[in-house]
Design a protein. Structure first.
Length: 142
């Protein structure tokens, strides 16, 4: 039986810590979430011809909602977070209390198996109330 060298033993002991560092955490990383469709939860309608949009979550600071290839951008300021989702490649959920134009709303992102959904809820919006659920087709760390 061979004796393991001290460097190999140290590396094996530190391996779990390196794995934790590689996981993507919504509160520590800037993440682009790409939506491929959405449901208007108020009217119960589903968009079949949706050109897509992106959401970029900047840690626990703000969330950008980018539409029409950057022609329309909303900046939500994060006021409070609920939950902790340390690895977005695994099931989890994070909820944000956000502000846009002095209006308070909620944004949540949830993964269940390979299904990722982002929901925006504002009871007061410039055009009335807003409650949309977006299907997230992919994400990337920026």
């Amino acid at each position: 039986m061979k004796i393991l060298r001290p460097k190999v033993i140290l590396l094996l002991c530190l391996l779990p810590f390196f794995q934790e560092c590689k996981s993507q955490n919504v509160l520590n990383d800037t993440i682009e979430w790409n939506a491929s469709g959405f449901n208007d939860l108020r009217s119960k309608s589903i968009s079949q011809t949706y050109p897509g949009c992106q959401f970029i979550s900047y840690r626990d600071d703000r969330i950008q909602w980018i539409q029409k290839r950057g022609q329309v951008v909303y900046d939500f300021i994060i006021k409070k977070t609920k939950g902790n989702w340390p690895d977005i490649t695994k099931d989890g959920e994070i909820q944000y209390l956000v502000e846009l134009d002095r209006q308070i709303g909620k944004i949540s992102i949830k993964r269940n198996k390979n299904d990722i959904k982002l929901t925006i809820h504002f009871s007061e919006w410039s055009h009335g109330s807003l409650e949309n659920r977006y299907q997230i087709s992919n994400f990337k760390i920026l």
